[in-house]
Design a protein around this ligand. Structure first.
Ligand SMILES: Nc1ncnc2c1ncn2[C@@H]1O[C@H](COP(=O)(O)OP(=O)(O)OP(=O)(O)O)[C@@H](O)[C@H]1O
Ligand SMILES: [Mg+2]
Length: 243
């Protein structure tokens, strides 16, 4: 069954139609990678999938149920849909651990002892066991991004959305973050990933969709996408990245 399915989504910003009838679905345990040129609507699409953007037309189904487009409905499902952005958005005045615990304590009203143990296990999993008590300013970009991933994981999401999470990292830190995402994929996490890292996309994706100008132009499994590039628009995009 699909964790998330969208049918014919349209999104306008003022006069501009940014999403022009997008449909897709992601099965449980699947990794879907979204590629496309700048401005094609990738972030907008991702943001509609956890209610950060409203839609003007179309349906979003989560676990098979159509979602009403109201803030109240989104508040219920949002803890199930984690999102990690390019900017880590950690609170500078809170330690790593407190940043991670914020959601579970405030939103889910969980017991501190239980959730603290879980947070430490997750930090260990991403190689940051010794950083629980430090402040974000003492971390590298790659470490901050791994904390942001833990902050999403602690909510036990059914779906994780990643929007170019390595785009602002120095090359040597990109790998450590991508390895964490690969580890999650191997563990069966359902994920929707926007990235410009083509080798990573090829390795981690079950399926790849290519979007241009608010529409999905190509949808293929990972190998087919890279091996049979008949679509000149895709070819141009890939050669512009020169990977
Ligand atoms: N809040 C907004 N108000 C008005 N226009 C917006 C808004 N957010 C995005 N847009 C416009 O929507 C289009 C798609 O933007 P979006 O950020 O989704 O693209 P993207 O594919 O993620 O690009 P990039 O690869 O650069 O991140 C752009 O033309 C952008 O200017
Ligand atoms: Mg974007």
């Amino acid at each position: 069954m699909s964790v998330i399915e969208v049918q014919g989504i349209h999104k306008n910003f003022g006069e501009n139609e940014i999403l022009k009838g997008v449909s897709l679905s992601i099965e449980k345990g699947q990794v879907l990678v979204l590629l496309g040129p700048s401005g094609s609507g990738k972030s907008t699409l991702l943001r509609t999938l956890n209610g950060l953007e409203t839609i003007d037309q179309g349906i979003i189904l989560f676990n098979g149920r159509p979602l009403e487009q109201s803030e109240k409905a989104w508040q219920k499902v949002r803890p199930d849909i984690g999102m990690v952005f390019q900017s880590y958005d950690l609170f500078p005045n809170l330690t790593v651990l407190e940043n991670i615990l914020l959601g579970p304590l405030r939103v889910q009203k969980q017991k501190r002892e239980t959730i603290e143990k879980e947070a430490l296990i997750l930090l260990e999993r991403v190689g940051l066991k010794d950083k629980a008590k430090v402040y974000p300013r003492e971390l590298s970009g790659g470490q901050k991004q791994r904390v942001a991933i833990v902050r999403a994981l602690i909510m036990k999401p059914k779906l994780l959305l990643f929007d170019e999470v390595t785009a602002s990292l120095d090359p040597e830190m990109v790998r450590e973050v991508l390895l964490v995402i690969q580890d999650l994929a191997a563990d069966g996490m359902t994920m929707f990933i926007v990235t410009h890292e083509m080798n990573f996309a090829r390795q981690v994706a079950d399926r790849i969709i290519f979007m241009d100008d608010g529409k999905i132009l190509v949808e293929a499994d990972s190998e087919n996408f890279f091996n049979q590039i008949e679509n000149s628009r895709v070819e141009k995009f890939l050669s512009s990245l020169a990977f």
